[in-house]
Design a protein around this ligand. Structure first.
Ligand code: COA
Length: 293
């Protein structure tokens, strides 16, 4: 059944249904700017378009703006009440794939948390008693898809800590070696100091303190304390390198020094990059993407 025709495009009922489904998919799943810090001074802006099947972001500015507002509303509405404190200027991407459970969870300002459908983020306190246990996360942290932070007693994460995909941090084995029904009565807090970088799928186990600026290699399992300013790697993780004390380390704290100005900058970039994108062409690209999209 033909519904209407405009600019040579005929829209019938089935096209309209496909458009609505695609639109919802596009709105719920499509891209946001994901920010990363590189070794040099550049800011990389990557437009994540995996869910809308296009090479370019065809969204009109208003669609992206609407999506970002919705995303922010969702985080404020559902995630803020799950925390004792959630600092301002957060960027929580796909917040519907971020789970925050349990008492005494605080997250500082300018947090970047990235949920993904296949790799949700889980931050949870399962204390020994009601309202026991805590997770304290500092300012400017990066929590990538698939990260799990599970506290029995206390996990403390400093400022500007970066957690790559699939990082696991726990302060408890959750079962005893000889009593698989109970956790150990002993408490083994985990402390991750400022500016630590945990590589892809690194695990940090009970009782560990990781020193300032230190880096944990991809896939490493940290079972013992790590000093400041070193690189550790392997299973169990061992020191493989000392960081050069003569070199200055640029941190996420500097990157987020002016979050309001930064938000205005990205908004201006959006306006400029997306200004040619018309609503009809975006809908057409959602329904019937071509190689030029
Ligand atoms: C930790 C890391 C940053 C160090 O890089 P680097 O300084 O260039 O280290 P090198 O390649 O010089 O390696 C030094 C030694 O550690 C070993 N090593 C490095 N990373 C390792 C790892 N993840 N697991 C086991 N060993 C590792 C190297 O084999 C090398 O050993 P050798 O001296 O016996 O040859 C890097 O190895 C790494 O793991 N990168 C992944 C980062 C990541 O997950 N990024 C995701 C985005 S946040």
């Amino acid at each position: 059944m033909e519904l209407f025709s405009k600019e040579g495009i005929t829209v019938d009922y089935s096209v309209l249904c496909t458009a609505i489904v695609s639109l919802l998919r596009g709105l719920m799943c499509s891209g946001l700017y994901s920010l990363s810090l590189s070794g040099d001074d550049e800011t990389h802006i990557r437009i994540n378009s995996e869910s809308i099947y296009v090479r370019q972001d065809r969204r009109p500015y208003w669609v992206k703006k609407f999506y970002l507002r919705f995303r922010h509303w969702y985080a404020e509405h559902f995630l803020r009440p799950a925390c004792d404190e959630l600092g301002p200027h957060h960027t929580i991407m796909k917040p519907w794939y971020v789970g925050i459970d349990g008492p005494n969870i605080t997250i500082g300002r300018c947090a970047t948390i990235i949920g993904e459908p296949q790799a949700p983020v889980k931050i949870g306190v399962w204390g020994r008693e009601p309202m026991a246990g805590e997770i304290t996360i500092g300012d400017y942290v990066l929590i990538s898809p698939g990260c799990r932070i599970s506290a029995s007693d206390r996990i403390s994460i400093g400022d500007s800590v970066m957690m790559a995909n699939g990082v696991y941090i726990t302060d408890c084995d959750w079962h005893g070696l000889y009593d698989r029904t109970e956790r150990d009565a002993e408490v083994y807090p985990v402390v991750i100091k400022d500016n630590v970088w945990l590589g892809d799928h690194a695990s940090v186990l009970k009782g560990v303190t990781i020193g300032e600026n230190s880096v944990v290699g991809a896939g490493s399992v940290v079972t013992r304390d790590v000093p400041d300013n070193v690189v550790v790697a392997g299973n169990p993780a061992k020191v493989v390198k000392q960081l050069d004390p003569a070199r200055v380390i640029k941190t996420r704290a500097e990157y987020f020094a002016d979050p309001v100005g930064q938000a205005q900058f990205f908004d201006a970039v959006d306006k400029m990059v997306l200004k040619e994108n018309g609503t009809w062409n975006w809908l057409r690209a959602l329904i019937k993407p071509s190689v030029r999209d």
